[in-house]
Write a protein that binds this ligand. Structure first.
Ligand code: ARG
Length: 295
């Protein structure tokens, strides 16, 4: 008699285990050249507090922030990527977090509409940049959304965060603007107020995330869509390790996220740590400083 295998009977390497990670890492990762938009922190200060990381009593060393930002920019260029620069504007100290200005996919741009008054004027500067650089399909949003801070792209899907900044109404609006399925994910931990503080695309198929930043139902959605995801822990997220930028091979991330470095290497990625401590005072790291331009 031939026995039917019980579910799980032949799953000798459980998904998410260190051995599974090692086997996944045996793959050769191929980098793909990317195009990015960044804005130097020449005007960076912390003069208001709109997230739990910002403390207006803690002094900011703007010169050091510029130096660290240049290191990040040079790292991306050295890896073969194109980096465009948006000019900083006086009175907009958070403009260095260029990821928040828009979200692009397939050559379409979905513009931002900031939640807080202090950042609202940034959106028009981003829009002017896109229009001046040939991105003619620019959607001016009706609904509050903070661009790539709350939108990520993986597996042909737009992953979208809500709960603190971007609204659910903006997710439907983004789907109409971009023509890609948008998956709404609810963020529940105020320390991780933007999607890009808790989840990142590592390549076209894989994401890394810390489940604790998401509602239980959104955790189940992520587990269904990305069974092979790299599951980070709270310490990785707190070190802003998930606020990373990947070219499918090199993963540029905050140097404080030492634990995540090992997990990425075990999966065959090449971690590239950069020192960006000064910009953490505004509640952001690598990914926040970079908008990816997807043509
Ligand atoms: N101070 C900025 C804010 O609270 C930080 C933005 C960080 N950007 C990001 N993509 N997570 O709006």
């Amino acid at each position: 008699m031939i026995e039917t295998p019980r579910p799980g009977q032949y799953e000798v390497v459980p998904a998410g285990s260190p051995l599974a990670d090692l086997l996944a890492g045996a793959k050769t990762r191929t980098a793909r050249a990317r195009e990015y938009l960044m804005c130097p922190p020449e005007r960076f200060t912390v003069e208001y507090a709109i997230n739990p990381w910002m403390d207006t009593d803690r002094p900011v060393d703007t010169e050091l922030a510029v130096k660290q930002w240049r290191g990040l920019r040079e790292t991306l260029v050295r890896l073969g990527h194109t980096v465009h620069t948006l000019d900083p504007v006086a009175g907009l100290p958070d403009m260095v977090y260029a990821a928040n200005g828009a979200f692009t996919v397939d050559g379409h741009v979905y513009g931002a509409r900031f939640r807080y008054e202090q950042r609202r004027a940034e959106a028009a500067h981003h829009r002017a940049w896109y229009l001046a650089h040939g991105w003619s399909d620019f959607h001016i949003p009706e609904h509050t959304n903070e661009g790539e801070g709350d939108f990520a792209y993986a597996n042909g899907l737009v992953l979208a965060g809500y709960g603190f900044r971007t609204t659910v109404a903006a997710h439907a609006e983004a789907q109409e603007a971009l023509g890609r399925p948008v998956i709404s994910l609810r963020l529940v931990d105020p320390r991780f107020y933007h999607l890009d503080t808790a989840l990142a695309a590592l390549d076209d198929e894989t994401v890394a995330y810390w489940p604790g930043a998401f509602s239980p139902a959104s955790q189940r959605v992520l587990a269904q869509l990305f069974p092979d995801a790299l599951i980070a822990d709270e310490a990785d997220a707190l070190a802003f390790g998930l606020n990373l930028v990947s070219d499918s091979r090199h993963v540029v991330l905050n140097s404080a996220a030492s634990g995540l470095v090992g997990k990425l290497a075990a999966r065959g990625y090449e971690p590239v740590p950069v020192e960006l401590a000064e910009l953490l005072k505004g509640g952001g790291s690598v990914k926040c400083c970079i908008a990816e331009l997807r043509r």
